[in-house]
Design a protein around this ligand. Sequence first.
Ligand code: KMH
Ligand code: ZN
Length: 310
Amino acid sequence: MGKVIITCAVTGAVHTPSMSPYLPQTPDEIAQAAIDAAEAGAAIVHLHARDPETGVPSQDPAIFARFLPRIAQECDAVINITTGGAPTMTIEERLRPATTFKPEIASLNMGSMNFVLYEMLNRFKEFKYDWEEPYLRTSDQNIFRNTYRDIEHILRTCGDQGTRFEIECYDVSHLYTAAHFRDRGLLTGPIFLQTVFGIRGGIGAHYEDIAMMKRTADRLFGADDYVWSVLGGGRNQMSIATISAALGGNVRVGLEDSLWGEPGKLARSNAEQVRRIRTVLEALSLEIATPDDVRGMLKLKGSSDVGAMM
Ligand code: KMH
Ligand code: ZN
């Protein structure tokens, strides 16, 4: 088996600040969390930003500019900027940080979908900021918009600047969409498929779901012709990562996808989740990929060619 890529999704738009005191919010907290995750073994750091004062998810490049240079200076991790942002944002708003900073990787979501967060209100009742409760409650009327035209626009815009993609697939149809863009020559290999399990609106988190997504991806892309990674939302994060790693997958952890550490306890940092999955991978006798391994595996342009980062 090859080396395993650990991606750490550090910030995210799913959780709100009141859900965990450990969720990074300010630029300094985001930078430190990413650097610590890299030190713990994450080869890729997937990044969103938040308004430092209120924690509202933000795609303002000026906020990214307050943490990206420090991350680039203090660690060698591959920087992956979200183009997903949050379901409340327009596509142009979502694209701005990736077009400003031209990272080695940007995320790219393979379909319009429901992205429902209101069940979190069953667990979290007290909120520090006024925007948090409505953000979760009204998520039943948002569409996380990713039309074919949007996808093509992001592929062309980011592709022209040498950015490659973390292709996020939340359901089987998204694999077919990725194959369609591969067939049109807009999505080129090596294709880094991030299959996402357990988001309300996407596929579930059963091991049969994982097996079916892998079988379908193998058939559409050729078992050896794509790089498969897996993320599980919520408390299933580690078990899903473990099952997938045993099947030859790469893994994504981080507080964006799950706030949990040990059973019933909040993770105290992104690095804690990286260390946990690293322990599992090493127990399976799997080797952890370094950032430079990833640059080779995914044919990335390299960190010296990242515009305006420094
Ligand atoms: N938190 C993930 C399930 C993106 O940033 O493009 C969704 C995500 C989307 O990572
Ligand atoms: Zn994200």
